[in-house]
Design a protein around this ligand. Structure first.
Ligand code: FAD
Ligand code: SF4
Length: 498
C-alpha cells in the first residue's frame, strides 16, 4: 500500500504544529485564518481500487492540532446552528488544541451518539461547515474548518484507547419498548430509552443489525467494525437485538402492542424500496437496483469471490444512473469488484449533484467516468436477454424546479448509444410498504412515508417513527436527530409526563 502522499502531509503538519505551538497564545484571528487547511490523507487511488479497505486514513495528531487551530472560536458559533443535533463545535475543537481528546469526544457525545460514523459520512459541507465564519472570510466554503474530520479524529482516538464507555442505566422501570429497524434512528432511540431503565428489544429484518450503514454504505467508506462496536455497546447496555425478524410478517405491529406486552413501539424501518426508471429493458439480465447490488456486495460479502456464498454479476462495462452518494458508492464498488469501465450517467451537471463533494472527488480519482447532462431512455438486450447497450438522450439546464435545482430539458435528436453490460439504477428509494399494508390505522403520505407530529408520534397511540421512513431517503444525522426526539417523547410517555 502506498503511503507516500500521506507521509508528506503528516511531515508538513508536524513542522507546522511545532511552529504554531511555540507561539500559540500570541496567534490572532488573522493569522489563524492563514493556517493551511489540512488535507485528509488517503490511500493511493490506483492501489485502493484493488482493495476494500477504508480510503481515508484520518488525521494525525499534528494535523488535528493544526486544523483545530484554524477555528476562530466565534462567539455566535454559526456552525452549531448548521449541525442537525447542535453539537457544541467550538468547545470540542478547542479541547483538541489543548490535547484533551477525552473531554473533546465527551462534548460531542452530549449531542451525538455516533461520532465515528457521523465524522465519516455526514454531509458537513452543507451542514455545520457551510455557515462557518472561516469559510466566509476565505470566500470558499470548502475552506471552512474541517469539523467532520476533527470529529472523526477524536472518536477514532477514543476507540483506539479502548475507552468507549457504557452509559449508566437507571434502575428497571418494568416498561418494555420495541424498536423496529436497527439503523441510526433505531440505535439512537434504543440507547436513549434504555438509559432511563426501560427494557428494549430491537427487531431487525436482516441477519445483521446496523441498517444502511452496514448493508448500503461500502466498507471502503464506512468500516463495518465501527458499526459492530456500536451494536456491541447497545448489547452491553442490555438492549436485546433480534435479527431475521420482519415486523409485518414474523409479527404484526399491532401484535407487539396488544399481545407481546410492549408499552411503546418505535418504527425506524428506513427507505429501502428502490425506485426504477420505468424504461424499456429494465428487466434484462445485468440491470440492478443500487440497493441489491450494494447489499450483495456489502452484507453478503460477495466481493470475497470464491469465499462468499452470494454470487455477484461479473460486470465489465458499467453505467450507474444517478448522482447521489448511492450512485458514487455503486460505481466505486463496481470498480473494486473488477469492472474495467464504470460511468456515472446523470441528467444534470456536477453542481446539482446531491453526492458529497469528497465522494465525487474520490470517484474521479478512481477513474470513474462522468457523463453529465445525459440519461438512459432505453436499455438494449442481446438474443440471450442480457444487457448489451443503453440508448441515451442529452439534456440542457432550464429554469429551477421546486427543489431549487435547474430542471433538465431534453435536447431533441440528441440520442446516442453507450455500450455497457451492466446498468445500476441509483435514482432514489421509497419506504417499504409492509408495515403500512399490515397496519390499517397507520397514516402515511402519498410516498408511503409515515406522518408524525413534532414529537415523532404517529397516528397510533404509543407508536412513534423517525428517520428515512418519515423523511424519505435522507441522512444518518437527520435520522439520529429524529430518534432523539422520539426517545424523549417515549420517555415522557412512560414516566407519565404527557
Ligand atoms: P436505515 O438505515 O435504512 O435502517 C432501517 C433498518 O430497518 C434496516 O436495517 C432494515 O433492514 C430494517 N427494516 C426495514 N423494514 C423492517 C421490518 N418490517 N421489520 C424489521 N426491520 C426492518 N447518509 C449520510 O448521512 N451520508 C452518506 O454518505 C450516506 N451514504 C449513503 C449511501 C447509500 C448506499 C445509502 C443507501 C444511503 C446513504 N445515506 C447516507 C443515507 C443514510 O444511510 C440513511 O439516511 C440512514 O441510514 C437512515 O437511517 P434509518 O435508521 O432511518 O434507516
Ligand atoms: Fe470555528 Fe467555524 Fe464554528 Fe466559527 S463557525 S466557531 S470558525 S467552526
Amino acid at each position: 500500500m502506498s503511503h507516500i502522499p500521506s507521509v508528506k502531509l503528516f511531515e508538513e503538519a508536524k513542522k507546522l504544529a511545532v511552529d504554531i505551538k511555540t507561539r500559540e497564545s500570541e496567534i490572532k484571528n488573522k493569522e489563524r485564518s492563514q493556517i493551511p487547511q489540512q488535507e485528509m490523507p488517503a490511500q493511493d487511488p490506483i492501489e485502493r481500487i484493488g482493495n476494500m479497505e477504508e480510503v481515508t486514513y484520518g488525521y494525525s495528531a499534528e494535523q488535528a492540532y493544526v486544523e483545530a487551530m484554524r477555528c476562530l472560536q466565534c462567539k455566535n458559533a454559526p456552525c452549531i446552528k448548521g449541525c442537525p443535533v447542535g453539537i457544541n463545535i467550538p468547545a470540542f475543537v478547542a479541547q483538541i488544541t489543548k490535547g484533551d481528546y477525552q473531554r473533546s469526544v465527551g462534548i460531542i457525545k452530549e449531542s451525538s451518539l455516533l461520532p465515528a460514523i457521523c465524522g465519516r459520512v455526514c454531509p458537513q459541507e452543507v451542514q455545520c461547515q457551510e455557515p462557518c465564519t472561516l469559510g466566509k472570510i476565505l470566500k470558499d466554503k470548502n475552506k471552512s474548518v474541517s469539523i467532520g474530520r476533527l470529529e472523526r479524529f477524536v472518536a477514532d482516538w477514543e476507540r483506539q484507547q479502548g475507552k468507549v464507555s457504557i452509559p449508566e442505566i437507571k434502575p428497571s422501570t418494568g416498561k418494555n419498548i420495541a424498536i423496529v429497524g436497527s439503523g441510526p434512528a433505531g440505535i439512537t432511540v434504543a440507547a436513549d430509552v434504555r438509559r432511563e431503565g426501560h427494557k428494549v428489544v430491537m427487531f431487525e429484518a436482516f441477519h445483521k443489525p446496523g441498517g444502511v450503514i452496514v448493508y448500503g454504505i461500502p466498507e471502503f467508506r464506512m468500516p463495518k467494525r465501527i458499526v459492530e462496536d456500536e451494536m456491541k455497546t447497545l448489547e452491553k447496555m442490555g438492549v436485546e437485538i433480534r435479527t431475521n425478524f420482519l415486523v409485518g410478517r414474523t409479527r404484526k405491529l399491532t401484535d407487539l402492542l396488544e399481545k407481546d406486552g410492549f408499552d411503546a413501539v418505535f418504527i425506524g424501518t428506513g427507505a429501502g424500496l428502490p425506485r426504477f426508471m420505468n424504461i424499456e429493458g429494465e428487466n434484462l439480465v445485468g440491470v440492478f437496483s443500487a440497493n441489491e447490488y450494494l447489499t450483495r456486495a456489502n452484507l453478503m460479502k460477495a466481493y470475497e469471490r470464491g469465499k462468499a456464498d452470494t454470487p455477484i454479476f461479473q460486470a465489465r462495462k458499467v453505467a450507474v444512473l444517478g448522482g447521489g452518494n448511492v450512485a458514487m458508492d455503486s460505481a466505486r464498488m463496481a470498480k473494486r469488484i473488477g469492472a474495467q469501465k464504470v460511468s456515472i450517467v446523470y441528467r444534470r451537471t456536477e453542481v446539482e449533484m446531491p453526492a458529497r463533494i469528497e465522494e465525487v472527488a474520490h470517484a474521479k480519482e478512481e477513474g470513474i467516468e462522468f457523463h453529465l447532462l445525459k440519461n438512459a431512455q432505453k436499455i438494449l438486450g442481446d438474443e440471450r436477454g442480457c444487457v448489451k447497450a443503453m440508448e441515451c438522450i442529452s439534456y440542457e439546464l432550464g429554469e429551477p424546479d421546486e427543489s431549487g435545482r435547474r430542471r433538465p430539458v431534453v435536447i431533441k435528436g440528441s440520442e446516442s448509444i453507450m455500450e455497457v453490460d451492466t446498468v445500476i439504477i441509483a435514482i432514489g428509494n421509497d419506504s417499504n410498504p409492509l408495515i403500512k399494508q399490515t397496519t390499517q390505522a397507520l397514516v402515511t403520505n402519498k410516498w408511503g412515508n409515515i406522518i408524525v407530529d413534532e414529537n415523532c408520534k404517529t397516528s397510533i397511540d404509543r407508536v412513534y417513527a423517525g428517520g428515512d421512513i418519515v423523511l424519505g431517503a435522507a441522512t444518518v444525522i437527520l435520522a439520529m436527530g429524529q430518534g432523539r426526539i422520539a426517545a424523549r417523547a417515549i420517555n415522557n410517555l412512560l414516566e407519565g409526563r404527557t
